[in-house]
Design a protein around this ligand. Structure first.
Ligand SMILES: Nc1ncnc2c1ncn2[C@@H]1O[C@H](COP(=O)(O)OP(=O)(O)OP(=O)(O)O)[C@@H](O)[C@H]1O
Ligand SMILES: [Mg+2]
Length: 428
């Protein structure tokens, strides 16, 4: 029954007496069971959620088991392919076939990785990271793989809070969402817009997003102007193996993985989309106050990074390339310059972007010490490692005064460099 104020009252007909007056029947005894009906609806929703969770769990267990064995098989395949390549003379026609096979094996490897994340069997490596640092790297990767008709628009956030997360998994969220957007914008002039902000979610706004609890979050919004989705598709997109792509084009695991990672991190994801009007995905990750924990050094003494932003400056171009690559492999995000004035301009443009500066001492245009001094003016708390070659006459006392926190002799190893980069700042 609809009340005068427009709200609905559920009437239990069994508990109702019916009076006849003339040919019309009147309900004269009613029992307001609105509360009971609401409880039933909530119970049904919970049952559906449980069923979904159980289904995900079962698929996860199955997929995880297969993926694990499959990984061992793949390792053997890839190892033997490598050996096979070495056995062949350059120019041998079979080389091309082996290369193609190796490429396919690599694709299989990345698929297994996705499945393992989904099955939550992959080892996690969480630390406090800045979301935008990871996002920028992932967007660079996407930019390189997108066709020219698709543009990525992003703007550094006003505040980039710390989140306790596995950088590789966060990277994967952005890549998976980006890949979907690119697919949805295929064949048209597309634009993927990516933004981050820090938000305070209250009880009211938490209700609007499934799984979101009140609290402070880093919110990443990725919106595209692609084909969009109808309501029936939106309902199913996070289900594992749900895809609208033709066979061989998509596994339907992309968003299941994204959902699994976000849920695992205590966050939530929302989507709004309409056919022909594009889609907006919002990722919420809880903000942490915890400072980064130090990772244990690897066997070769390298102190692994967790996506920290490094500004690397050295006028020796070959060194910029090789050290940049080695640091990236060690888990750091590196922006490198061989011209200290360009490095300074980049730093000044966004002083909060970097965590560490590594600079050579003797360089044309500007010495490392002068560069360190200018950088410290813009960001007094930044860590600076100063590298000195043979014969570099460094006034160590001046360097300490400026706030250089480690001095490293050249040539250095990546282990030595990363350890210097992570050395605690005196007095902190
Ligand atoms: N940005 C988007 N715009 C339109 N549809 C989307 C978007 N993102 C996801 N979808 C829909 O959701 C489905 C599921 O996405 P999901 O990433 O899980 O799998 P997939 O992209 O089909 O396959 P895979 O990620 O394994 O390549 C897609 O097939 C597509 O129909
Ligand atoms: Mg996908």
């Amino acid at each position: 029954l609809t009340r005068c104020d427009g709200t609905t009252v559920w009437v239990d007909l069994n508990a109702t007496a019916i009076t006849w007056r003339g040919s019309a029947a009147f309900l004269c005894v009613t029992q307001d069971i609105t509360g009971r009906k609401k409880a039933e609806e909530e119970r049904d929703a919970l049952a559906r959620q449980l069923h979904h969770a159980q289904k995900m769990e079962a698929i996860g267990t199955l997929a995880g088991g297969i993926a694990h064995d499959f990984n061992n098989i793949l390792t053997a395949i890839m190892g033997n392919l490598e050996i096979g390549r070495m056995e062949l003379q350059p120019g041998h026609p079979a080389l091309e076939i082996l290369d193609e096979t190796l490429k396919a094996a690599h694709r299989a490897k990345s698929l297994v990785r996705q499945i393992l994340v989904f099955a939550r069997r992959r080892e996690e490596n969480r630390s406090s990271i800045r979301l935008w640092g990871v996002a920028r790297e992932a967007l660079d990767l996407l930019r390189a793989s997108f066709p020219a008709s698709i543009e990525i628009r992003s703007r550094p956030p006003l505040s980039d809070p710390l989140v306790l997360a596995d950088a590789a998994q966060i990277h994967q969220i952005i890549v998976n969402l980006g890949a979907n957007a690119a697919h949805a914008m295929e064949g048209r002039q597309g634009c993927l817009e990516v933004m981050e902000s820090e938000v305070e979610v209250d009880v009211e706004s938490a209700r609007a997003v499934a799984g979101l609890r009140p609290g402070r979050y880093a919110k990443l919004v990725m919106s595209d102007n692609g084909c969009g989705m109808d309501a029936a598709t939106v309902d199913r997109i996070f289900e594992p193996f749900f895809t609208t792509k033709p066979p061989g084009k998509g596994t339907g695991l992309g968003l299941a993985v994204v959902h699994g990672i976000i849920e695992n991190h205590g966050g939530a994801i929302s989507v709004s989309s309409r056919p022909g009007l594009g889609s907006v995905f919002c990722v919420y990750l809880p903000v942490t106050e915890k400072p980064a924990e130090e990772a244990a050094p690897t066997q070769d003494g390298i102190a692994p990074g967790r996506g920290e932003e490094v500004l690397f400056v050295d006028d020796e171009k070959s060194l910029v390339n090789s050290t940049g690559t080695l640091l990236r492999r060690a888990g750091y995000s590196v922006t490198a310059f061989w011209d200290p004035t360009e490095a300074l301009a980049c730093f000044r443009a966004d002083p909060s972007r970097f965590n560490i500066v590594v600079t050579d001492l003797t360089m044309p245009k500007m010495t490392g010490l002068a560069l360190a001094e200018e950088i410290k003016k813009a960001r007094p708390d930044i860590r600076i490692v100063l590298c000195t070659g043979f014969g570099g006459n460094l006034d160590e006392e001046k360097a300490r005064e400026i706030g250089v926190h480690a001095i490293l002799d050249k040539p250095y190893s990546v282990a030595g460099l990363t350890q210097a980069m992570r050395r605690p700042v005196p007095g902190s």
